[in-house]
Structure formats: structure tokens, C-alpha cells
Design a binder for this molecule. Structure first.
Ligand code: FES
Length: 98
């Protein structure tokens, strides 16, 4: 019983964290051709807010997405989900790269 309540609280916390993450998906011409709109649609279907953004000048790496300030090249739903389900990971990488 207690374990079940803790699991439910953890799931609620993780869902709140996912919803507070700002995700933007490029909708410029190259990213549009490489699946940007479909990627955004998949995120929205999972209840994750994903905004549109204009061409980022990184067309060779399309589709481009941003998770908060982090740029994701050749973005896929799998890549994005693996990053946002480990929220501490991006801060850890930022700390080691500076
Ligand atoms: S079209 Fe997306 S980076 Fe240029």
C-alpha cells in the first residue's frame, strides 16, 4: 500500500516535471521535410508541450529541437524522451562541459 502510494506520487512528480520543460521543434523548411511537424505532434500526443520555432540555421542536422536551452540535432521522439525522463542529466553535462 505505502509502496503504491509512493509510486503514484513519483509518477505525478515526473509528469509535472515533463510538463514544465520547454520544448521547441523547428518548423523551418528543412526540418519540415525531415519530420519536424510529426515530431512535434508525437510530443503533443504524449501531453508534452512542444512549441514551434523558426529555422535555427542548423538545417544540415534537421530536424532540430530544443529542450530548454539544449539543442538536439537529428531529433527523434526517442532522443527527446530519453533526455526529458532524466531531468538532472542536462545540468550534469552542462556542469562538466564548462
Ligand atoms: S529548417 Fe530547421 S534548422 Fe533550418
Amino acid at each position: 500500500m505505502l509502496q503504491s502510494m509512493l509510486e503514484q506520487a513519483l509518477i505525478r512528480f515526473m509528469n509535472r516535471e515533463l510538463k514544465s520543460t520547454l520544448i521547441r521543434v523547428c518548423q523551418g523548411p528543412e526540418c519540415r521535410d525531415c519530420g519536424g511537424p510529426e515530431l512535434r505532434k508525437l510530443l503533443l500526443q504524449r501531453g508534452i508541450q512542444a512549441e514551434k520555432e523558426h529555422c535555427q540555421g542548423l538545417c544540415a542536422y534537421a530536424p532540430i529541437a530544443h529542450i530548454d536551452q539544449r539543442c538536439i540535432s537529428e531529433a527523434t521522439i526517442k532522443k527527446i524522451m530519453s533526455i526529458i525522463q532524466r531531468p538532472g542529466e542536462s545540468e550534469k553535462q552542462a556542469a562538466t562541459s564548462s
